[in-house]
Design a protein around this ligand. Structure first.
Ligand code: UD1
Ligand code: CA
Length: 463
């Protein structure tokens, strides 16, 4: 049996008060719309159809970046959820049935959908849906049941009678529907309601008139829809809770789970330890035994086995090799590669640079557009001058080089293997292998002159 998925994401999300379309707001680093897509994919749905409308282009790029095979259907005017599904008819094609999800409900899990699929299969029902019993049903559609408990119809909050408003079993906005029935029923939905919209949930009543409607009740948490920033924060809280638990069950120590923030695309190996205040974002990957002290932020970083990231570091788009030590107070910017056993210490910034095995830059240094050879040592206060206001130039330092403290390396520059740069040098010319480069004025010592100088200064100041 072939099941298509239709994800509704055409609405503006007025209540978000944002220029960004609602379904592109991020939760645990992913746009909201990616969550129902992922759940539908996990259920084996094909094709995946996303109904776009408000800022269609932006939603489309975010969708195809993550789900290149998703189909887009355009709803020109947002005249209701029933109309939105109707717009997806062509893209759905010949699938036997359709799973409908809302783009603003990211907490629904595939395991829960599995229960819906199984129950609908067992009952051979034309329509199955999810509901939840909630404390505050404001804003949701209510499921109206007959005296015998049989599901009869959905009534939207704004259309509720006083008695209906008191119903606490609400519609999750998730349906598994026979395709032929669905599109026939949609053609019969009218906008004869408080909002003058075509309501998708009206198909529930049409299904109930024909046969049994399968209703699966799920925990309230899973159906939470994001309508305002308040719900967005609540969704983030639930996602963080799930991500922290799954990290811990996967063998990761979180010394203070409440202050550890993980994006959904982060991957962690066993025996990783994260300290208080660690944020791991994007596609960050940490190998076995990696330790990260907080507060520290890693964005799209790859950290290999046994490496140590110390407190107050910021790492973005960088690769940190085995057993390397980074920080405290280090900044690694995109395209930084630290090979194994490299040490990058406090107040060191590295950008688009490779430090080969065992190289060290431990204090107050900037390395940009550079390569530092195996076991070379970059002294405190050294910087590469990689930029002249127009172009960027490279600095290449061979293996076993010693760069003395407070050196200025003016790129383009090569320093050969085993060379030595005297402290305080401004190096502008290539240094051959094994050479000593001294690029500073020679020291002069004038015995007794200190006292004379002081006298002069006193007179000048009239003291
Ligand atoms: C909807 C349901 C309600 C349910 C609740 C669950 C309807 C009429 N009501 O209400 O029964 O309890 O979800 O969260 O369906 N959208 C379109 N095109 C449109 C209108 C909406 O694509 O013309 C999309 C939105 O982008 C959104 C989703 O459909 O992702 C739901 O729309 P929304 O306006 O948030 O519906 P609710 O009022 O929350
Ligand atoms: Ca909603």
């Amino acid at each position: 049996m072939k099941t298509a998925a239709v994800i509704l994401a055409a609405g503006q999300g007025t209540r978000m008060k944002s220029t960004l379309p609602k379904v592109l707001h991020l939760a645990a680093g992913r746009p909201l719309v990616a969550y129902p897509l992922q759940a539908a994919r996990e259920m084996g749905c094909e094709p995946l159809v996303v109904v776009v409308g408000h800022q269609a282009g932006a939603v489309e790029s975010a969708v195809t970046a993550r789900f290149p095979d998703a189909r887009l259907a355009l709803q020109e005017k947002q005249s209701g959820t029933a109309d939105a599904v109707r717009c997806a008819q062509q893209a759905v094609g010949e699938a036997d049935r359709v799973l409908i999800l809302y783009g603003d409900c990211p907490l629904l899990r595939a395991e829960t959908l599995k229960v819906l699929f199984d129950r609908v299969d067992a009952a051979r029902a034309p329509l199955g849906m999810l509901t939840a019993v909630v404390d505050d049903p404001t804003g949701y559609g209510r499921l109206v049941r007959g005296a015998d408990g049989r599901p009869l119809r959905n009534v939207e909050h704004k259309d509720c009678s006083d008695a209906e408003r008191a119903i606490r079993e609400v519609n999750a906005g998730v349906y598994l529907v026979d395709r032929a029935f669905l599109f026939d029923a949609l053609s019969r939905v009218t906008s004869n309601n408080a909002q003058r919209e075509l309501y998708l949930p009206d198909v529930v009543e049409l299904a109930a008139q024909r046969s049994e409607v399968v209703v699966v009740q799920v925990p309230a948490e899973e159906i939470l829809g994001v309508n305002s920033r308040l719900e967005l924060a609540e969704v983030e809280r639930v996602l963080q809770d799930r991500l922290r638990k799954s990290a811990m069950l996967g063998g990761v120590t979180l010394r203070h789970p409440e202050s550890t923030f993980l994006d959904a695309d982060v991957s962690l190996s066993e025996d990783v330890t994260l300290g208080p205040g660690v944020q791991l974002r994007g596609k960050t990957r940490l190998g076995r035994g990696v330790r990260v002290e907080g507060p520290t932020i890693l964005v799209d970083a790859t950290v290999e086995e046994g490496a140590d990231i110390r407190a107050f570091s910021h790492v973005e788009g960088a690769r940190v090799g085995r057993d390397a030590v980074v920080g405290p107070f280090a900044r690694l910017r995109p395209e930084t590669v630290l090979e194994e056993q490299v040490h990058v210490g406090n107040f060191v910034e590295v950008k688009k640079a490779t430090l080969r095995k065992g190289a060290k830059a431990n204090h107050l240094t900037y390395l940009g557009d550079a390569e530092v050879g195996e076991k070379s040592n970059v002294g405190a206060g050294t910087i590469t001058c990689n930029y002249d206001g127009y172009g960027k130039y490279r600095t290449e330092i061979g293996a076993g080089v010693f760069v003395g403290s407070d050196s200025v390396l003016v790129a383009p520059l090569k320093i050969g293997e085993g060379a030595y740069v005297a402290a305080g040098s401004v190096v502008t010319d290539e240094v051959p292998p094994g050479a000593l480069a001294v690029g500073r004025a020679r020291q002069v010592v004038k015995p007794g002159r200190a006292e004379q100088l002081r006298e002069k200064a006193k007179q000048k100041a009239g003291k």
